[in-house]
Design a binder for this molecule. Structure first.
Ligand code: FDA
Length: 314
């Protein structure tokens, strides 16, 4: 699995591959499945439909690793518009952001200013902001920024990745701060010196960390589609007497809808992470890297499309 992930994430950064995928209709089936559309209206429509089915939502305006301050300014303005749109549309949704999208690699102070503007605007209309966790080059700075804004803003939480060796310590720090954590397995290519590579090691770390989160008083967000880990979390929540409104499960748009619906039917909170926008390439390569089956899905969709076109042409 790690080999598959390393290969896909490695190949995907090659400019020629990127161009090929972006120029051709290659990624369309994956895009249609995993991304809610390109505009705020598309995102709100998806959020509204999910709310009607009993799901909470977190909207992610796709984008990361900007290389110029103007792009970071544009990203924060897009998010400010999104926050206002969420409030006006009365949808039940938070937002998910990436600090590299707000210019973390360019100028940390400017990135923090942009985040604070966003947090202030979001606070005014009651919108929660989750800071996604990116590759390990950003881990420490992301946590430092969270710590810096926390005294002025409590409508913010962070993501921690179970595959990193450091996460046990980071979790204690964030819990002590009082913030909420979204726990995920981790989607980037990381070396064995800092991250577990074997699936069973990552899963064992996830289970340990999930239990720790459920022991602590902080609101907890457990992001996974892994049935064994979902069963573990449910059993631990019951053992520890956690009320069902004190934690939530989170899953990705387009992944395991059956599980999402089953959890809501059982009375659990379930939040769907809904990405939208034009910068879909890195997001989709991570989804492809998580699951070899998605390549098959892609090939099958393209094949079906070709046959459909052929039939129409004939
Ligand atoms: P696992 O990979 O073992 O998958 C379990 C099952 O889920 C699979 O057998 C399959 O059925 C299904 N599944 C999982 N991924 C799939 C896919 N791409 N396509 C189709 N089916 C799939 N990572 C990160 O590094 N930083 C972050 O901020 C976030 N944020 C985040 C938010 C939310 C809400 C979720 C659910 C996930 C993230 N992630 C993330 C991604 C996360 O780290 C991880 O890569 C994926 O969730 C896949 O891991 P699972 O826990 O689902 O287990």
């Amino acid at each position: 699995m790690s080999l598959w992930r390393d290969t896909v994430l490695g190949v995907a950064t090659q400019p020629a591959v990127k161009q090929l995928v972006k120029d051709h209709a290659l990624a369309r089936p994956l895009r249609q499945r995993f991304v809610a559309g390109e505009t705020i209206d598309d995102a709100l429509a998806a959020a509204r439909a999910l709310n009607r089915e009993g799901f909470r939502v977190s909207l992610d305006h796709l984008g990361e690793d900007v290389s110029e301050p103007a792009a970071a300014d544009a990203a924060v303005n897009d998010y400010l518009a999104l926050v206002q749109a969420i409030a006006h549309a009365h949808v039940q949704s938070g937002i998910s952001i990436k600090l590299s999208q707000l210019g973390l690699s360019l100028d940390r102070a400017a990135c923090q200013d942009r985040l604070e503007r966003l947090l202030t605007a979001a606070q005014t209309v009651g919108v929660f902001v989750r800071i996604d966790m990116e590759g390990s080059a950003h881990t420490q700075e992301t946590l430092d920024v969270l710590r810096a804004v926390w005294p002025r803003h409590h409508n913010v939480g962070v993501v921690l990745q179970a595959y990193l060796h450091r996460t046990g310590c980071d979790l204690e720090d964030v819990l002590a701060l009082g913030a909420t954590v979204r726990l995920c397995k981790g989607a980037y290519r990381e070396p064995p010196t800092i991250a577990y590579q074997a699936r069973d090691e990552v899963d064992a770390a996830y289970a340990r960390l999930a239990t720790r989160m459920l022991e602590a008083p902080n609101y907890a967000a457990l992001a996974t589609h892994d049935p064994a880990l979902l069963a573990h979390a449910r059993a631990e929540a019951a053992r520890l007497g956690r009320p069902r409104d004190s934690f939530e499960f989170q899953m990705l748009y387009g992944v395991r809808r059956d599980l999402q619906q089953a959890l809501v039917r059982e009375g659990y909170r379930l939040r769907v992470y809904v990405p939208y926008g034009r910068e879909w390439y890195p997001y989709l390569t991570r989804r492809l890297a998580e699951r070899p089956g998605n390549l098959l899905f892609l090939v099958r969709s393209l094949w079906a499309e070709q046959r459909g076109n052929g039939a129409r042409a004939a």
